[in-house]
Design a protein around this ligand. Structure first.
Ligand code: AMP
Length: 311
């Protein structure tokens, strides 16, 4: 079994109230792959430039991520993103996005990447997502992320891409923008009516909600006293969530499986935000993930003590 992800591989410059990094490894596909590597063999598809060196490859390879389909473009520069977070980390402003090697990127998948059992289309141009989805025609579970930019400038392609996947993972505001619906539940139900069997609404520091034809499920974010850098939290969540599905090849992909997947996504995302960039997840252990999932279960379970309600 294997899991393929296509998306950005980046250098990020980030400033948060806790400090800053001028150039750290990032990108949606990188954060996703590190998180998903705890569940399955992960293959990353995406371009990098000459500036992407052995140290960056090592972060991925040390977690067993297969980097054969990372295309190193001679003379090119790796995708660069910079952002700054507000005091309470609620808001993020993008300062710069340099597409660089992404501008002319055409995903070329090896046979092994194409044969994947599970596929994640991280946030990139929807036409590229469609191209990769068409190549991976054996995948039994395909999830997609996107952003407001593509809703604004490539709406038709994004709609087509969404109709080709099993699960859409977006933040609440993106879901509301996509559908024109005023809240997460109605927005998610609208997306379900277009074809996907599941919608995950990422709610930032409030957690995430899952909507399928069989119901609604929500988990709070793991309570943290200090969040150092939220960059990549959404992609780490997706890596844990989609990775958990990939780790259960014999199981029907139903509501129950996805609720458990949500716990793993939540646990790994909570580690991601404890340090800058990939720093914490790169040295995360399976025991630490299991511990946080168990803590989450304890925190969210309650015993009903029937009471005579006054009429
Ligand atoms: P997240 O915090 O989960 O939204 O993901 C942040 C990651 O997405 C960063 O590591 C960036 O390198 C990457 N990123 C930011 N903007 C874009 C974009 N327009 N396309 C693809 N990846 C992006």
């Amino acid at each position: 079994m294997s899991l393929t992800v296509v998306g950005s591989i980046a250098f990020d410059a980030v400033r948060t109230p806790f400090g800053e990094r001028e150039r750290m490894l990032g990108g949606a596909a990188v954060h996703f792959a590190l998180a998903a590597s705890f569940f399955d063999e992960v293959r990353v598809v995406g371009p990098v430039g000459d500036d992407f060196g052995e140290d960056e490859y090592a972060v991925l390879r040390d977690r067993g991520v297969v980097t054969d389909d990372i295309e190193q473009v001679a003379g090119g520069k790796t995708f660069f993103w910079s952002g700054v977070y507000s005091e309470n980390l609620n808001a993020r402003e993008t300062l710069e996005t340099e597409l660089n090697v992404f501008e002319a990127f055409e995903p070329k998948l090896s046979d092994a990447s194409r044969d994947c059992d599970v596929l994640f289309l991280a946030n990139i141009v929807p036409d590229l997502q469609i191209g990769v989805r068409e190549q991976c025609d054996k995948a039994r579970f395909v999830a997609l992320d996107s952003m407001d930019l593509w809703m604004n400038i490539a709406r038709d392609s994004l709609d087509r891409a969404i109709r080709m996947v099993d699960c859409v993972i977006l933040n609440d505001e993106e879901l509301e923008q996509l559908t024109g619906r005023p809240n997460v539940l109605t927005a998610a139900r609208e997306v379900l009516s277009w074809g996907p069997a599941a919608v995950v609404a990422k709610l930032g520091k409030y957690g995430a909600a899952l909507v399928t034809a069989d119901g609604f499920f929500a988990l709070p974010a793991f309570p943290m006293e200090t969040v150092v850098d939220p960059t990549g939290a959404g992609d780490s969540f997706a890596g844990g969530f989609v990775g958990y599905v990939a780790a259960h090849p014999g199981e029907e992909i139903a509501h129950g499986l996805l609720t458990r997947a949500m716990a793993y996504g939540t646990a790994i995302a909570s580690y991601n935000v404890q340090e800058f960039g990939t720093e914490r997840v790169a040295r995360l252990t399976p025991d630490e993930i299991a511990g946080r999932v168990a803590d989450l279960e304890r925190m969210t379970r309650f015993e009903d003590m029937p009471v005579a309600l006054r009429g």
